[in-house]
Design a protein around this ligand. Structure first.
Ligand SMILES: NC(=O)c1ccc[n+]([C@@H]2O[C@H](COP(=O)([O-])OP(=O)(O)OC[C@H]3O[C@@H](n4cnc5c(N)ncnc54)[C@H](OP(=O)(O)O)[C@@H]3O)[C@@H](O)[C@H]2O)c1
Length: 157
């Protein structure tokens, strides 16, 4: 299965440059809970912005740059989105969680089975956005209110 996790504001803003523009501890806790002991995928810009692999997770970094290196037991580098789609799409035994950023979300959106979105109830300034998506393609399976944001889990219809 291909899942996606993102936090975006009222305008679908997700960040600025290679960084987030907010620090919402409760949302980071939620991200940790959803991704721990799983395989997550980042674009190389988001990964470089974070600076190191997140603990207790396998990380795949997607890049077109063949000289990009990161030596760590829990990190692999992938250059071809088709390898990811062929491995995880329609595979109930293997999950991957697409974790950004903007370019990566846009690439994977047509293939995701499930999205976990933190809808942040404010407006921020930045330059990276989650792509427009059609709410008609998904249904809300789960919803949870937090302080300043609402988590919704969407499944593809
Ligand atoms: N709010 C959230 O939930 C959230 C989550 C994650 C990230 N973010 C934010 O998102 C922003 C970063 O987004 P971004 O769009 O600049 O960068 P990104 O999506 O993290 O990475 C983009 C990189 O992916 C590689 N890439 C693009 N197409 C590819 C393909 N077809 N195959 C293989 N690799 C490919 C390219 O690397 P090369 O050019 O090196 O080949 C490209 O530079 C940051 O502000 C970050 O904080 C927000």
């Amino acid at each position: 299965m291909i899942k996606l996790i993102v936090a975006y504001d009222k305008n679908r803003l997700i960040g600025k440059g290679d960084k987030l523009v907010w620090e919402i501890k409760e949302d980071l806790k939620h991200f940790k809970k959803e991704t721990e002991n799983q395989t997550i995928l980042f674009g190389d810009i988001t990964f470089t912005g974070i600076g190191k692999p997140l603990p207790n997770r396998k990380t795949i970094i997607l890049t077109l740059d063949k000289s990009f290196k990161y030596n760590h037991k829990d990190v692999t580098i992938e250059y071809d989105i088709n390898n990811i789609i062929n491995t995880y799409k329609n595979n109930n035994d293997k999950n991957i969680i697409i974790a950004g950023g903007a370019t990566i979300y846009k690439l994977f959106l047509p293939f995701v089975d499930e999205m976990i979105i933190s809808h942040i109830q404010s407006e921020y300034e930045g330059d990276k956005y989650f792509p427009k998506w059609n709410t008609k393609d998904f249904f809300v399976e789960f919803e949870e209110k937090h302080n300043g944001f609402i988590v919704k889990k969407y499944k593809r219809k």
